[in-house]
Design a binder for this molecule. Sequence first.
Ligand SMILES: CCNc1ncnc2c1ncn2[C@@H]1O[C@H](/C=C/CNC(=O)c2cc(-c3ccc(F)cc3)cc(O)c2O)[C@@H](O)[C@H]1O
Ligand SMILES: [Mg+2]
Length: 214
Amino acid sequence: TRSTRPQRMLKAVQKNATKGNPESVISAIDYFCKNSEWAMNVGDEKGSILDSVVTEVNPSTVLELGTYCGYSTVRIARLLSPGTKLITLEFNPAYAAVARQIIAYAGLQDKVTLVEGPSSELIPQIKERFGITTFDFIFLDHWKDRYLPDIKLFEECGLLRKGSVLLADNVICPGTPEYLEYVRNSPHYESRYYPAHLEYTKVEDGLEKSVFLG
Ligand SMILES: CCNc1ncnc2c1ncn2[C@@H]1O[C@H](/C=C/CNC(=O)c2cc(-c3ccc(F)cc3)cc(O)c2O)[C@@H](O)[C@H]1O
Ligand SMILES: [Mg+2]
């Protein structure tokens, strides 16, 4: 049967990137998406903003919602201090299988815990299963209508502390209006918009960074 786009993306990484070199994996995926097939990775322009926020926060505990093929997982994990690991949640087994291979190709498997399942079920289990009290940094890039319910779940489960940083992709395109309204109007968050473009296009999009104030 015909291969899937994530499988073709993995082939492109195995063909064009250097094993153990995260930068080459990122470049190979961006090249594939610009020259062969568009895919919903955060991309290089928004990815550079992601890099700068991760570097600024220098987090000890990291969560990503929506692994997809692992592009942003690799971008984040390559910047983490030694001994720091990130947890990434993905509920599509086929996507998770490709992501595991792309993360391993980059040599970052020891810095990543990919958990298969829906965030709504997994978030309440995180403290127990991974011995995490709160997250320093959370990257939201899963179904856009799940950003708001999941941020409320973080609050209910006590997974945020004063200063926790949430970074959300696609707040303009496809858009997350309810989430934006919440973080921009809640007294519990200080929010800032980083304008950019939808990955590999000239369409407007951007990232919203929201700091939990307690
Ligand atoms: C049930 C919610 N919880 C979830 N828990 C765990 N994993 C989840 C969850 N939701 C979705 N996922 C996974 O996250 C990924 C979903 C991402 C959704 N992203 C988008 O729809 C998206 C879409 C676009 C886009 C923009 C313009 C277009 F014309 C077409 C597409 C651009 C992006 O950057 C995007 O992130 C998948 O791997 C999916 O299996
Ligand atoms: Mg996205």
